[in-house]
Design a protein around this ligand. Structure first.
Ligand code: MLT
Length: 401
């Protein structure tokens, strides 16, 4: 009755596992204040423009004349227009509002998109990788068996210090390629020429790139692409996920989008039409009030407020990276990305370092090995805390290292 690969998936999702360990520690040490730099969850309040838009839209729901029931399948046009103009057209990328599907999370869309593809498709992911891409394909029965910590049909692209944590396209044949830039977990970014190599590979091999750009708002260097569609040819081979979670603090509100260009055809089928069909069947839309809140970040005021929040987190990122480097540790990321990726000191394993930080400093991070074999010996810290907590966490690290 139950699919074998579902039974074979490691029992716990990485962040649930960490959450349980921290809860157990906190229960047995109620006097200790734990500082959380593990899961990438935001701590700053929503931008004021979003709160005002939420209030206004909520009031509309209080009157029969302005009540909104089920929304359009792909999301309200006001939001799709704003996304197309501000995230793509303003950067010279050709994406039209009707190619955008508003949703409730880049996590759910990047997990669900695989439903469009054949169970025999060969999946390729970077290592380390956001675990959702792997687990969702494993659940669909596409990755073979889980033996000695590896899926037998999964292709991985190692991201190491040597390649600056940005892999090049493989020699092997892969048909579904997951890329995430700025990268979760390493914080690495990809240049236009690095992305072009992936687009060329996908076009040559009739592969599809599933591009997770959830952290795009953290790119301040104008030479680094924020979207795969800034690369020529991407409209014919790439689907992109964007999110309001890390941009505007929507982790609890939930709003995201997926772009499926109409030029993207595989086996003569339009992936846009197939995704529209899938969403219409399985998803009933992001709440109207939330879509209004998302739209508000594209006003002049909204843009300024978002920039301030991102600037706040990036101050943390610089502080974390600076503190780690001052301790003589090898650290990367934290520039154009909210994650800092560090090499555990004294050749400690990722989980040993996790335990040490938790027990000796009460600081939570994410063990690199939870993101894949190449993450072993590494550790991820997030910049999403308050300034006060980030400063204190770095002081605590200084004391124990
Ligand atoms: C993370 O910490 O990797 C992310 O917050 C997880 C997510 O966005 O789902």
């Amino acid at each position: 009755m139950i699919q074998t690969s579902v039974l074979e998936i490691p029992a716990s999702y990485l962040f649930s596992d960490i959450g349980k360990q921290v809860a157990a520690y906190q229960a047995s040490h109620p006097d200790k204040r734990v500082i959380r730099m593990g899961i990438g969850d935001v701590t700053r309040p929503l931008p004021r423009v979003c709160i005002d838009a939420l209030h206004k839209a909520t009031d509309e729901m209080a009157s029969a004349d302005t009540l909104r029931g089920y929304g359009p399948d792909q999301g309200y046009e006001f939001l799709r227009d704003a996304i197309a103009r501000n995230e793509y057209q303003s950067r010279g990328a050709t994406i039209y509002p009707d190619e955008i599907f508003v949703s409730d999370g880049a996590k759910s869309d990047s997990a669900n998109i695989q439903e469009l593809f054949d169970v025999d498709s060969i999946v390729g992911v970077t290592d380390p990788v956001y675990p959702v891409y792997v687990d969702s394909n494993a659940m669909a029965g596409r990755l073979g068996h889980y033996l000695n910590g590896d899926w037998t049909r999964l292709v991985t692209f190692p991201c190491t210090e040597e390649n600056g944590f940005v892999a090049s396209p493989p020699r092997k044949e892969v048909s579904l390629i997951y890329l995430c830039f700025p990268n979760n977990p390493t914080g690495a970014t990809a240049s236009a020429s690095q992305l072009k190599a992936w687009v060329d590979y996908a076009l040559d091999h009739r592969a599809v790139i599933l591009y997770d750009a959830a952290y795009r708002a953290y790119i301040t260097n104008p030479d680094i692409p924020r979207s795969i569609y800034e690369i020529e040819g991407a409209r014919e081979c790439a689907i992109e996920f964007g999110s309001f979670s890390k941009t505007a603090g929507f982790t609890g509100l939930r709003c995201s989008w997926t772009v499926v260009p109409k030029d993207l055809r595989i086996d003569n089928a339009s992936l846009h039409a197939l995704w529209a069909r899938r969403q219409a069947t399985k998803f009933n839309g992001t709440p109207y009030i939330v879509q209004r809140a998302a739209e508000a970040i594209y006003t002049e005021e909204g843009k300024a407020q978002v920039e301030r929040v991102i600037g706040y987190y990036m101050e943390n990122a610089a502080r974390i990276r600076g503190a780690l480097e001052a301790l003589g540790l090898t650290a990367s990321g934290g520039v154009n990305a909210p994650y800092v990726w560090l090499k555990c000191p004294d050749d400690q394993s990722s989980w040993a370092f996790f335990d040490r930080l938790l027990n000796e400093a009460q600081v939570i991070g994410t063990p690199g090995s939870g993101f894949g074999a190449c993450g072993e010996g590494y550790f991820r810290l997030t910049a999403f805390g308050s300034h006060e907590d980030t400063i204190e966490a770095m002081d605590r690290l200084r004391k124990i290292l």
